[in-house]
Each structure stands twice: as C-alpha cells, then as structure tokens.
Design a protein around this ligand. Structure first.
Ligand SMILES: Cc1cc2nc3c(=O)[nH]c(=O)nc-3n(C[C@H](O)[C@H](O)[C@H](O)COP(=O)(O)OP(=O)(O)OC[C@H]3O[C@@H](n4cnc5c(N)ncnc54)[C@H](O)[C@@H]3O)c2cc1C
Length: 482
C-alpha cells in the first residue's frame, strides 16, 4: 500500500498528464456519463470562494481536464487508481466555499467532487456518535442531530452550504470554537481513500482510543493533500437546553477586548460565542436589518450563552456585568429567537458589506494568543494608517481568531500595498506566538507564508509525511507547500 520512502521534498505534478489512454481508463472504470468533460462545467470548478473579489493572483483559478461527481467509496477509489497509474493530479472538493484556494485544480487533471456522497449513515444517541458521507452539508447535519436533542458544535459561517468533508479537510472552526472546540475535537474516525486508491479506516467509533498512532488527527486539516475522505464518524454532545443572545456597544475596541477578558477570567463564563466587531465593520452595516447602531459605537460584542435552562440566566447576567464594568454604554438582550436571529443577521452581513467600502477586500484569519489581542489590533490599525488603506477587524475574539480585512480599490498600486500589508501583519502575528491561519487553511493563499511560522525542520517533516503517503504528488498538488 505505502510505496513512498521518506525523501527530501514534495514534488507535485506540475502539469496534468491526462491523455486519451487515461481518459479511456476513466470511462472504463466509471462509465462515460460519469466523466464530465464539457468546458462550461469545468469552468464552474475553476475557483472557490477565495475569488469573491479578493486579491487573486491568476494562479488561484485553473481549469481541470475532467470533473467527476463520485457517488461511492468504490468510485473514488477507482478514479484515484487511474490517477495513480497515469500520474494525474486529483483535486477533491466539496461545496467550494473554501477561503484559501484549497479545491482549485491548479495543475489541471481531475476534480473529484464528493457532494453527491451526502447520506447520513447513522446517528447513534447512546454511543454519542454519528457517521456521515463527506458531502453532507453542515447545517443539514446539525438539524438532523438536533431531532435527537444532540449537538455537533463545529459550525462555520458557511454551515448552510459547506460540506462536512470540506470542514474536516480544513479543520473548520467557526463561532462556537471557544467553548466547544473545532472540527478536530469531534472527529473520531475517517474512511480515507489514499493516493494509491487503497482504502483505510482511522480511529474507532468509541469516544476514546489510544491504540496506536492517532491517524485521524493526521488527516483532519490535511486540506485534501493526503487522501479523500469517504466516511466521517464524529462525536456528538447533548444539545444545550437554552441559548440567550446579548449585544453590547463600546466606544473603544480595546474596551470590548477588556470586556471579553472580564467575561472569561473575571466572571468565569465561557460563552458559546464571543464575537468582536470594529467600527469600520459597523459603518459598513449601519441601517441593515432594522438594528439601529448608535453613532458613538466604535465596537460591539455579540455573545451567545448556552446551557441548562436554570443556569443560562445567571451566566447572561454575569456577561452583562462584565460588559458594563468595561465600558459598554448600551446592551441589547434578545427577548425572542427572532430578535436573536436579527442580531446575528447583522453580524453575518459584515463580510459582504465590507465590499462597499473600497470595492475589494482581502480577508485574513489570523489567530494570536488571547493575551496579545489588543497588541495585534493596535498593530493592524497602524499598518492600515501607514499604507492609507482601511483595515476592518471582526471575529472570534474569545479564542484570539481575528478576521482582518484589508479594503482596497482596483488600482495596481493598491494590490501591491495589500501584499506588503499581509506580509507585515503575518510577521507580527508570528512574532507574538500566533498563527497565519486560524481556520481557513493554507491552500494556495498562505503557502508562501507557511515558512514564516513553521521552522524548516518541522516543515521538512510535514513534506516527508506527504511524500510517504503520496510519492507521485498527485493529491491536491500545489497546496500548502511551495
Ligand atoms: C461566507 C463564508 C463563511 C465562512 N466561514 C467560515 C468559518 O466561520 N470558519 C471556517 O473555518 N471556515 C469558514 N469558511 C470557509 C469554508 O467554508 C470552510 O473552509 C469549509 O470547511 C469548506 O467546505 P467546502 O465543502 O466548501 O470545501 P471545499 O472548499 O470544496 O474544499 C476545501 C478543502 O477540502 C478538501 N476537500 C473537500 N472535500 C474533501 C474530501 N471528501 N476529502 C478530502 N478532502 C476534501 C479540498 O480539496 C480543499 O482543500 C467560510 C466561507 C465562506 C464563503
């Protein structure tokens, strides 16, 4: 099964070797109707959500030779066996909502779409686990497990459309990460088709296992570069009885950061979500969704607390206290689910609304140790001032994950500036012990910056693992490492 040896580096296939023989082999393996070759479909697979108007070097769009929408593990395995034989790049994809170019077929070859593998195979309340195929959409899964009063906490902003396969490949986080952790904290085992087409199962269906190496963790967050997930088994927890939503306005972003600290350390409450929004974001969404934002608001925190019916009220009061003591001048507590939804709709509108400011934006997802949040915010605003471009920040402040948006226009000079701003920011982030990506992954977008964070020896170890599993470099080449 494993033919690779530990060698010096990853040699991705730089171009597709798709030829008539390879195409014929795919037709034979799957049937001609399963192999999509028309250009209209292939163009649709040439990008992911990274291209939503952000700074896109041309290499973040590319067209595959064929697209295959797999329906089973056997089909995935058959495709990869052909790819292995003819050394053709394979690009797994889900809903293509990725924000680092992860599913872009950079060197042509085969796009392997797993969205049709969308069955929920088992929900087992007593064992607190469920098994799904990779194409199941996150929100649909949440809704299904909720019928059993169970909860699967990883809930990215893209939950309405992103797939669990994509979530596992990116180790997606989302709003509830502070209290409940991220995707890797819930994956118990995976069925994976390896780059030679063989199929393995990692992990167990038990809530604990320490038998052997933790292969599951190796694959979670591997961004489609080590194999294709065909089954995913995850842990579930009881659904919290109640959720309350609170929004607190501040005159200064640093007051909001202090309040976030006071909630966790002073009041000893870990909220389900603890979202920070700064003044540039606020200005871009004023008047949206019927929520009147006071003129003097320069930041807000949007907080959900959840838990037992009997305890949520106490936690909510503690959160309110921490906000007031740290400068909140107005606090809204949602009285109904509808009011809560309206507050969340405002938060969710920020990302698209920021396009209004200058026409384009580059969305970064840095994460710093919590103690460095204020320092990094100061540095980000000063970078913005130095380059005369607006810098908008929002995100999961509870765990130090800040979405930094550089807002810029269509001039070439702006693009150059943004490139410099990103490098400057990432250097600072790494210097305070942070990471260049808290949840969107490296993909293409961050590949050149990975060596800023990961020391050469560790990077070499990662490349050796990749080479061991994928000696021909056919699995999602051009991602993570350059
Ligand atoms: C509006 C919006 C909000 C977002 N909010 C968040 C957020 O809060 N938190 C967050 O973490 N991300 C967020 N994202 C980013 C993105 O949605 C996530 O990375 C998501 O997990 C991608 O899932 P997908 O199904 O779209 O995967 P794709 O984009 O199709 O693929 C992503 C990666 O997964 C690999 N992959 C896909 N399926 C498989 C498989 N079956 N086997 C192996 N590899 C596979 C691909 O090769 C690629 O490298 C957001 C994106 C948008 C557009």
């Amino acid at each position: 099964m494993f033919r690779g040896i530990l060698s010096k580096g990853v040699q991705p296939s730089k171009e597709s070797k798709m030829n008539a023989d390879a195409l014929d082999a795919l037709y034979k393996a799957l049937g001609k109707e399963k192999v999509i070759t028309n250009i209209e479909d292939r163009i649709c697979y040439s990008h992911d959500a990274t291209s939503m108007g952000v700074a896109l070097p041309p290499r973040q769009k590319a067209i595959a030779d064929v697209v295959i929408k797999a329906s089973s593990t056997e089909e995935v395995s058959a495709v990869i066996k052909v790819a292995d034989k003819y050394t053709i790049p394979v690009y797994p994809c889900g809903a293509r909502s990725g924000l680092s170019g992860g599913s872009v077929p950079l060197y042509g070859g085969i796009v392997l779409d797993t969205t049709r593998m969308n069955r929920i195979l088992e929900i087992n309340p007593q064992d607190l686990m469920a098994t799904v195929e990779p194409g199941v959409v996150n929100k649909r899964f949440q809704d299904e497990v909720a019928k059993y009063k169970l909860y699967y906490p990883p809930f990215p902003g893209s939950a309405e459309f992103s797939t669990l396969g994509g979530n596992v490949a990116e180790c997606s986080g989302g709003m509830a990460g502070l209290k409940y952790g991220v995707t890797r904290d819930y994956v118990l085992s995976l069925e994976v088709v390896l780059p030679d087409g063989s199929v393995i199962n990692t992990g167990r269906r038990t809530l604990r296992s320490v038998a052997g190496y933790d292969l599951t963790r190796l694959f979670v967050g591997s961004e489609g570069t080590l194999g294709v997930f065909t089954k995913i088994t995850v842990k579930l927890i009881p659904l919290p009885e109640k959720v309350e939503t609170l929004l607190a306005y501040f005159k200064d972003p640093e007051e909001a950061a202090d309040a976030a600290d006071a909630i966790i350390l002073g009041q000893r409450v870990i909220p389900k979500t603890l979202e920070f929004v700064d003044s540039i974001c606020i200005n871009s969404i004023r008047g949206y969704g019927g929520v009147e934002i006071p003129q003097k608001a320069k930041a807000f925190l949007l907080i959900d607390v959840d838990g037992k019916e009997s305890e949520v009220g106490k936690d909510l009061a503690a959160v309110e206290r921490a906000c007031k003591e740290n400068g909140a001048f107005e606090i809204i507590v949602a009285k109904t689910a509808k009011e809560s939804e309206a507050l969340w709709a405002v938060r969710k509108s920020i990302s698209p609304a920021l396009f209004k400011v200058a026409g384009r934006k580059l969305n970064e997802d840095i994460c710093v140790p919590r103690s460095k949040i204020k320092e990094i915010l100061r540095e980000l605003y000063s970078i913005g001032e130095r380059y005369s471009l607006a810098t908008a920040c929002f995100g999961h402040i509870g765990d130090g994950n800040v979405h930094v948006n550089f807002l810029y226009g269509f001039e070439e000079e702006d693009e150059k500036k943004v490139g410099e701003m990103v490098r400057h920011m990432l250097k600072k982030v790494v210097s305070v012990g942070g990471t260049i990506t808290g949840e969107h992954g490296v993909g293409i977008a961050k590949a050149e910056f990975l060596p800023l964070e990961v020391p050469p020896q560790e990077l070499q170890f990662m490349k050796s693992l990749k080479n061991f599993l994928d000696p021909k470099g056919i699995m999602n080449p051009g991602k993570i490492f350059i």
